[in-house]
Design a protein around this ligand. Sequence first.
Ligand code: G1P
Length: 293
Amino acid sequence: MLVAMKAVIPAAGWGVRFLPLTKEQPKEMLPVIDKPVIQYVVEEAVAAGIKDIIIVTGRHKRTIEDHFDRSFELESILRNGNRKALLDSISGLHELADLHYIRQHEQRGLGDAVYRARHHVGNEPFAVMLGDTIHVSEVPVVRQLMQVHARTGRTVIAAERVPREKVKDYGVLDAVRMEDRLYDIKDLVEKPRPEEAPSDLCIAGTYVLTPGIFECLERTEPGYNGEVQLTDALRLLREKEGLLAWEFVGKRYDIGDIPGWLSAQLELALKHPVYGERLRERIRELDREEHFL
Ligand code: G1P
């Protein structure tokens, strides 16, 4: 049986890789087709049975709270105009889950953002889902981790193989295969140079952590980029409790930079039941005109 779990969604970063777009707008609010990225993340948590979600925000992030709040005025305009589908798309957002917001006052890194949530999380295992990662999968990726945690009682990190030249953008695992998709982690390193990376198995942005992580975060000094890295705290947790990695089933879109965002938009739009065919037709037309493919 899966135990109920809270989720922490860190969404406090500057989003510098998207500037000038993210100067005043949180990167978690960037649109992917018709929804902001963070809505996909919240929906994945809800689909996994998570009802209590803590979003760690910061300055310039108020639109995240507004997005998941009610807009009576807009709802009444849509209701009076008989625009039911559009009304349905916004009217339930505030009750998707029990959403809480905590501010990270200084941008001290992902580890520090997770640490901000410690009082709300309490002494229980919890999920961490990065606010810029979308999955398409039959079983929500976070639920896959919850299942591994339920049978092992250990911290589990979603992992994914990436091309060698990309390991520099990720936390990278040194891990030994235990069974299909399941690995015992021996070491982890944040954003190594490709020649120093222990493997091509990377931390994919979803975690189920035991509460022991908070004490480890307290002992973690700023690391890569002068920030408190969750990866470094996980190294300490591994020494105490061991760590597992789960090579998840599904597809991940990393909305961490402009190329990642554009490809997610393109791929998901091409597969979209309403907009997909029109977009494919436009691409074929453009190719006939300009041979750009
Ligand atoms: C964070 C983590 C990194 C992980 C990545 C996944 O990095 O620190 O270990 O591999 O997310 O997207 P960020 O992308 O926030 O720099």
